[in-house]
Write a protein that binds this ligand. Structure first.
Ligand SMILES: [Cu+2]
Length: 254
C-alpha cells in the first residue's frame, strides 16, 4: 500500500470514530431532553423560590400571574385563558402550604375563553400552587397546574407614590417610567406616550389581556394618554402589547 492510501484510510477511521462518539453523545442529550419534559422536576428559580414545571391542560393558552413570577403583593385573582369554550364544573384551586386561599367560586368569563378565582387579600408571603380543572361543553375535563410566589419584601424596590390622588407614567424609550410603582387605593394613573412609536397599556396576560378587565387602552400614538383608576388593593401586572416581551410594568395598590 502506498503511504498516501494509508494516510487516507487512517483519516477515514479517525473520522468514523469521531462520528460514532458524536452520535452517542447526541443520543444522550436527546434522552435528557425527553426526561425534562415528561418528569416534573424543579427547574426554575426566581427570588429564592423554586418552581416545578407547569402542567398545561388541553386548550390552555396563558395565565396571570405568570408561572414562576415573584410578586411584590397578593394578586387580586388568578385568571387562566384557553382557546376553547369552557363549561361547568371548571375549577381553580390556589394553595400555599396546604391551605386554600381561593375565595368565592371559580367564575367562567362571559366570552367563555377564560376563568378566574379571587384570592384572599390577606394571603401570606410564600409559594402558591394553582391546580385547575378545565371542562368543555361535551362534559370532558383536563387538569393543569402552575406556580407563583408572593414576597412583600420586593415592594421595597418599587417607586413609592402612595398618598397621591393622580400620578403620571411616561412611555419613553420603549419602557414604562417608572415601571414598578406603589400607589394608594383610589389613585388615578395617566400613561402618556412620549415615544415616536405607538404603545398600549394592557393588563396581563399577553395577548388575552384578561387579568383586570377594563385596564386596556387603544393604540396610543405620540402624545396620547390613557387613564385608569385603581380602586382595589392588590398586585397588577401589565404590559404594552406592541412590545410585549420587553415593555412591562406593575402597580401595587395598598
Ligand atoms: Cu409599546
Amino acid at each position: 500500500m502506498s503511504r498516501l492510501i494509508k494516510i487516507i484510510l487512517s483519516l477515514i477511521v479517525i473520522a468514523g470514530i469521531g462520528l460514532a462518539g458524536w452520535l452517542v453523545l447526541d443520543k444522550d442529550k436527546t434522552a435528557d431532553n425527553n426526561q425534562s419534559t415528561t418528569q416534573p422536576s424543579q427547574t426554575t428559580t426566581t427570588d429564592g423560590f423554586t418552581f416545578e414545571n407547569p402542567k398545561k391542560s388541553a386548550h390552555y393558552e396563558s395565565n396571570t400571574p405568570a408561572h414562576s413570577a415573584a410578586l411584590a403583593g397578593v394578586p387580586t385573582n388568578v385568571v387562566i385563558d384557553f382557546n376553547f369554550d369552557l363549561a361547568e364544573p371548571s375549577s381553580i384551586s390556589i394553595t400555599s402550604n396546604g391551605e386554600e386561599y381561593g375565595t368565592a367560586d371559580t367564575m367562567i368569563d362571559q366570552n367563555k375563553l377564560s376563568m378566574r378565582r379571587t384570592i384572599d387579600s390577606q394571603a401570606p408571603d410564600g409559594l402558591y400552587t394553582i391546580n385547575y380543572n378545565a371542562c368543555w361543553p361535551d362534559g370532558s375535563c383536563h387538569d393543569g397546574s402552575f406556580q407563583f410566589a408572593v414576597d412583600s419584601k420586593l415592594a421595597a424596590d418599587f417607586t413609592d407614590l402612595r398618598g397621591q390622588k393622580e400620578i403620571t407614567i411616561h412611555m419613553s424609550d420603549i419602557k414604562f417610567n417608572p415601571a414598578n410603582i406603589r400607589i394608594s387605593s383610589g389613585t388615578k394613573i395617566t400613561w402618556v406616550n412620549n415615544d415616536g412609536v405607538d404603545h398600549f397599556v394592557n393588563t396581563d396576560s399577553h395577548p388575552a389581556h384578561t387579568y383586570l378587565p377594563g385596564m386596556n387602552s387603544r393604540s396610543l400614538p405620540q402624545g396620547a394618554s390613557y387613564s385608569f383608576t385603581f380602586s382595589e388593593n392588590g398586585f397588577y401586572p401589565y404590559h404594552c402589547s406592541a412590545h410585549a416581551s420587553t415593555m412591562s410594568g406593575a402597580v401595587l395598590v395598598e
